[in-house]
Ligand binder design. Structure first.
Ligand code: SF4
Ligand code: SF4
Length: 388
């Protein structure tokens, strides 16, 4: 798989623009691992090149390094090598990392033990936590959501099992805005993000095929999801792996911003707080969606919006991406804590994100600090006077 990225790997000129920017280290992992080059794109590319040339093999130590990458794309944003045709950065380390992980699994050397447990859970119960299948749809009890329709809400595993308020709030907002949503219930399986990132390509494809078939059976034309990870996988990874999809995929923040702009919903229940926004990597750098969540927050009556110093393309990751939260929980927590400190530095009283995984990582990191953490859907529902 890595062979597919040989040109990108070999074109890295070791310029070092992916190492340090105006605000310090570009790579959150490098910041917390002693500053060594092999944790960021420049060093990772040299390792990849040596593997491609047969000068290095995947040792246990090297495998650990490969599995520390958060897939945050921060290094891509800064890469000094531009594609002549597109004018965009030429080296996407997240693709190179994923390819290396697939090769590690194909060689029978991975994924790491904690990730094997995740894969086993997904195989047995279609979610990474090993929770019972029937618990997935508990959040929708009493909502009478149909299983078929033009628009399906894809809740994802984190909102279904870890923070059902996000799923309930999203559906309540959509309903109030006049959008009737269907829901697959137990036919919604893990979107495949853990497997796409842990190198288990065959399990990822099985999940993708299942979800696409279930969505086709539901007759869907548009999928709305409130999870940045599900959104990026459904919108971009799915078609890359199985071809064009017969439906559109949108993130709930886009829909919410449209509903506000078109006067379909009003955020007129006062929330007198200073808010700041954390860009989920899979929504921002991976999908270029930066303004809709901000526009929604700015529409909340009584709220003041402030930016963190690192925002949009320069945003610091929440530490939870690309299965690092499972494989290296302490590293993940340290990175999330950085983000809480950055939010505190703005004098914000609440930090809002638009992804249940980010919300989970940031909430855990904020426990010691006076910082409230919200998902966008929950604070928008509150501003609409909806009781969840
Ligand atoms: S994608 Fe993020 S975590 Fe991975 S090497 Fe680049 S900056 Fe570091
Ligand atoms: S910025 Fe791009 S070209 Fe420069 S060292 Fe990093 S990955 Fe290589």
């Amino acid at each position: 798989m890595l062979e597919k990225y040989r040109v990108a790997v070999e074109s890295c000129g070791r310029c070092g623009k992916c190492i340090v920017g105006e605000a310090g280290y570009i790579c959150p992992v490098q910041q917390h691992t002693g500053g060594f080059d092999h944790y960021v794109a420049r060093g990772r590319n040299q390792i990849a090149r040596a593997i491609l040339d047969g000068k290095l093999e995947y040792t246990p130590e090297l495998i650990d390094v490969v599995y520390t990458c958060l897939g945050c794309k921060s290094c891509y944003e800064q890469c000094g090598l531009l594609d002549h045709h597109t004018g965009q950065p030429a080296i996407d380390e997240t693709k190179i990392t994923r390819a290396m992980r697939v090769d590690i699994v194909r060689e029978g050397k991975g994924p790491l033990p904690a990730l094997k447990a995740v894969d086993s859970n997904v195989q047995k119960s279609h979610n990474p936590f090993g929770e019972p299948v029937e618990k997935r749809s508990a959040w929708a009890a009493g909502l009478d959501l149909p299983k078929t329709g033009d628009t399906v809400y894809f809740a994802g595993c984190y909102a279904s099992y870890r923070n059902p308020k996000i799923a309930k709030a999203t559906v309540a907002i959509l309903k109030k805005g006049g959008i009737d949503v269907a829901y697959l219930g137990e036919d919604e399986w893990c979107c495949g993000v853990p497997e796409l990132w842990d190198g288990n390509a065959s399990l990822a494809e099985e999940l993708i095929q299942h979800n696409v078939n279930a969505l086709k059976v539901a007759g869907v034309k548009r999928v709305i999801t409130s999870c940045a990870g599900c959104f990026h996988s459904l919108k971009t990874d799915y078609p890359e792996i199985i071809g064009k999809l017969p439906f559109e995929v949108v993130h709930s923040s886009e829909v919410i911003a449209d509903l506000i702009e078109n006067g379909k919903i009003n955020l007129d229940t006062e929330i007198v707080k200073t808010l700041t926004y954390h860009d989920p990597c899979h929504l921002g750098r991976h999908e270029n969606i930066y303004e809709p969540p901000r526009n929604a927050l700015k529409a909340i009556k009584g709220a003041k919006f402030v930016e963190m110093p690192r925002n949009r393309g320069n945003a610091w990751c929440c530490g939870g991406g690309a299965v690092v939260a499972v494989a290296f929980p302490d590293l993940s927590k340290d990175i999330a804590y950085d983000r809480i400190q950055e939010a505190k530095g703005t004098a914000a009283e609440a930090l809002v994100s638009a992804c249940p995984l980010c919300e989970n990582s940031l909430t855990q990191a904020a426990r010691k600090d006076k910082m409230e953490v919200y998902d966008l859907s929950v604070i928008v529902a509150e501003a609409m006077g909806i009781q969840i």
